[in-house]
Design a protein around this ligand. Structure first.
Ligand code: ADP
Ligand code: ASP
Ligand code: MG
Length: 405
């Protein structure tokens, strides 16, 4: 007998038929004698629709109220699943984030889980109930409803699995596992049988939305084995685990892309001590996270400074920089929302040289201009024009030998 946490994503609970299929899967595991905690997302498209509704009223909806609204998506699916399970003759109970005592900080819209008091869930499991927890939501110290950021149900599931010391956390989704790149963009993408936490962390942070990055952080920290698999097929998916000696020794194991960032350039900035601080301090004070930064040197004590911010913060960041440019005497503030970041990732890069050169050459051969570059021990990212994203991903996937045979 095992304790299994299963999470089903939006497409997997997209209509009643699919919820019935999910119920059947749960029943199979439950009747085999296991304890089952299920975490659900909202039905596919619902969270987007709720956000749109709020934005029809105002560009900047009250963040607390937006979280109250968004949390309803998951409330719908957990209750429907439990009604379904009960109607099929199985004991089930739904818990919203606050009832499951998923405690978070107060950052509405991107709250972090601080702790989970799982006594109630444990009690319900001991009564042989199937427990369905609403993903993506928790409550802060004052009892306000919070949400965990897009894709946050993954994090709810892994955090619950860590707290309950579950034997496994299964993430059921609309693809068969973690692939070498997004299988919906590149038909040659290959399913990986295993991937290390570190590679998955990079992939998640660089755009592979198959797992939310915080879910991978939890999994790594608490050593939770995560199995990403299809809710429509029976085959095994991808195990996300500690790095192992026998892991495929390839240099590059995945290619990702993200269209979620925008670029801001300040031209002819005086090249003096303290200038970067005056540019980035107001950005930080506004809670905006800067990703890449580059500085070009010009003649005559002037430089150009370029950086990227999340697209959702672009307008605010531009307004802040226009003010900053006046005080520091920069010439112009230019912005571009039509960029993409493509990245190659692999732990094998630690011990291989020439990966960057190979990447740049492959992009050059397609006449794709590289706007910015950043590297870490196990990844290289290039910012390019958005319109070349698909081409760049396919070319890099091919050139690093990742295409399926
Ligand atoms: P869910 O609603 O089940 O949480 P998501 O849409 O959040 O599903 O995540 C699954 C999607 O992630 C896939 O449909 C796929 O398009 C995308 N994806 C991006 N990169 C990858 C990758 N490397 N491997 C698998 N899926 C990926
Ligand atoms: N429903 C939320 C979203 O669409 C959370 C999730 O699906 O994980 O982002
Ligand atoms: Mg998701």
């Amino acid at each position: 007998m095992a304790l299994i946490v299963q999470k089903y994503g939006g497409t997997s609970v997209g209509d009643l038929n699919r919820i019935r299929k999910v119920a059947e899967r749960i029943i199979k595991v439950y009747t085999a004698g296991n304890d089952v905690v299920v975490v659900l997302s909202a039905m596919a498209g619902v969270t987007d629709r709720l956000i749109q509704l709020a934005h029809q009223i105002t560009k900047d909806p009250n963040r607390r109220e937006l979280d109250v609204l968004l949390a309803t998506g998951e409330q719908t699916t957990v209750s429907l699943l439990c009604i379904m399970l009960e109607s099929m003759g199985y004991p089930a109970i739904s818990l919203l984030g606050y009832q499951a005592e998923i405690l978070t900080n107060r950052a509405f819209g991107r709250a972090r889980i601080v702790e989970i008091h799982a006594d109630r869930i444990k009690e319900l499991l001991s009564q042989k109930k199937i427990v369905a927890v609403a993903g993506f939501q928790g409550r802060d110290q004052q009892g306000n409803i919070t949400t965990l950021g897009r894709g946050g149900s993954d994090t709810s599931a892994v955090a619950l699995a860590a707290t309950l010391r579950a034997d496994i956390c299964e993430i059921y989704t609309d693809v068969e596992g973690v692939f070498t790149t997004d299988p919906n963009l590149c038909k040659n993408a290959r399913k990986l049988p295993k991937i290390s936490y570190d590679e998955m962390l990079e992939m998640a942070s660089l755009g592979a939305k198959v797992l939310q990055i915080r879910a991978v952080e939890f999994a790594k920290k608490f050593n939770v084995p995560v199995h990403v698999r299809s809710s429509f097929k029976e085959e095994e998916g991808t195990m996300v685990v500690e790095e192992e000696k026998d892991m495929e020794r390839v240099v590059v194991s995945g290619v990702t892309y993200s269209k979620d960032e925008a670029r801001i350039t300040l031209t002819r900035v005086p090249d003096q001590p303290g200038i970067a601080s005056r540019i980035f301090t107001p950005i930080a004070e506004a809670g905006i996270v800067v990703d890449m930064i580059i500085q070009n040197t010009r003649k005559g004590g002037l430089t150009d400074l370029t950086f990227t911010v999340p697209k959702s913060d672009y307008q605010r960041a531009m307004a802040i920089q226009k003010e900053a440019a006046k005080t520091i005497g920069a010439e112009q503030v230019l912005g571009d929302e039509h960029i993409a970041k493509v990245s190659v990732i692999g732990v094998g890069m630690r011990s291989h040289s020439g990966v960057a050169a190979k990447m740049f050459t492959a992009l050059a051969r397609e006449n794709i201009n590289i706007i910015m570059i950043s590297t870490s021990e196990i990844k290289i990212s290039c910012v390019i024009e958005e319109k070349y994203t698909e081409l760049a991903v396919r070319v890099l996937h091919n050139v690093f030998g990742l295409d399926s045979l």
